[in-house]
Design a protein around this ligand. Structure first.
Ligand code: MN
Length: 195
């Protein structure tokens, strides 16, 4: 029951948050949703959620996410949230879990850049985000613990510098060999004559 912890933490008669009616898994090839909610709880944080197998996998990011790859944010894994949570914004009343204002900071679709199931197990999640603020490849890397409360780092994947390519030794060698066979060097002509 992926939403058991979510429901246990909340009094769903008192909070406007979604109850999380069981939803069917997204059909294969369907677009997956992500959301980042600015949550003015006791401490301001940003809740990053990725749709996965009928729930939203969730992390509380301790500071505003950045599109600068050198800025790594601490992200604490939190309980799975219902899919409907992707649309939620509003005020969680005083005395309730996570009391405070929730605003949608970013939302959009994403594409896993590697298998999500495996990535969640191995602690390396790579996704291509198509949001209004965050666009591009982002990475979550688990650094400590497992499951809820485990620590991850969230950051933008470093872009390959444009115009600066790492020499492909094999390709260079292949081109060299081809040009040698097309335009035999004087020495190889001589070698052939001699032979
Ligand atoms: Mn939160």
């Amino acid at each position: 029951m992926p939403l058991k912890e979510y429901r246990r933490k909340r009094n769903l008669r008192k909070t406007p948050e979604p109850a999380g009616t069981p939803s069917r898994r997204a059909p294969k090839g369907a677009t997956l949703r992500f959301v980042i909610q600015e949550h003015h709880a006791r401490r301001l944080h940003y809740d990053f959620r990725l749709e996965h197998r009928g729930t939203m996998k969730s992390w509380a990011v301790t500071n505003q996410p950045s599109d600068d790859h050198s800025v790594r944010r601490l992200a604490i894994e939190t309980e799975d949230h219902p899919l409907d949570y992707a649309k939620f914004h509003g005020r969680i009343p005083e005395g309730e879990y996570g009391a405070g204002v929730v605003k949608i900071w970013d939302r959009g679709t994403f594409e896993p850049l590697k298998d999500l199931d495996g990535g969640l197990d191995d602690g390396v999640v790579e996704v291509l985000l198509r949001g209004r603020r965050l666009k591009g490849a982002y990475v979550l890397v688990r650094t400590r613990g497992e499951g809820t409360r485990s620590q991850w780092l969230f950051f933008r994947k470093k872009r390959r510098p444009v115009g600066l390519c790492i020499p492909n030794v094999e390709a260079i060698e292949h081109r060299r060999q081809q040009s040698n066979s097309e335009f035999p060097t004087p020495r190889s002509k001589r070698a052939r004559r001699r032979g």
